[in-house]
Design a protein. Structure first.
Length: 130
């Protein structure tokens, strides 16, 4: 079973959230490439998301659909959120890129809440596949 097939077995709200997460972490940051002051933020965000996704796929291949799948998000997105927060506060950052960065931060931060909880639960012994 592929990761996409495993996600399709989850409740509808999980499937919707995965789509929101994809839009917020992969698609929306591409809009930051429009403005020169936010281009680096867009590139760094997309790169961090690609690396996190690669980590998720790797863990899925090794362990299956387990709670530890959030670990790559923690590794790559935790520092990203702090860095993006500082980027949006720059005085030269235009209003729309600032709003986009804040939206990306909100989506990623919600994901991180789930990821930290799931990773802790995995480390505390909940290792069975979903």
């Amino acid at each position: 079973m592929t990761l996409e097939q495993a996600i399709a077995t989850q409740p509808q709200w999980v499937q919707i959230w995965v789509n929101v997460l994809f839009l917020g972490a992969f698609v929306l940051p591409l809009a930051l490439l429009i403005w020169k002051p936010s281009r680096l933020a867009g590139m760094v965000t997309v790169a961090a998301s690609v690396l996190a996704a690669a980590g998720v796929y790797w863990i899925y291949g090794q362990l299956g659909y387990v709670r530890l799948l959030g670990l790559p998000h923690i590794v790559f997105w935790t520092p990203l959120v702090f860095w993006l927060w500082h980027q949006q506060a720059r005085p030269d950052m235009p209003a729309w890129p600032r709003r986009i960065i804040l939206a990306v931060c909100a989506v990623v931060a919600v994901s991180l809440v789930f990821d930290y909880a799931d990773t802790v639960r995995y480390l505390l012994g909940e290792r069975q596949p979903f």
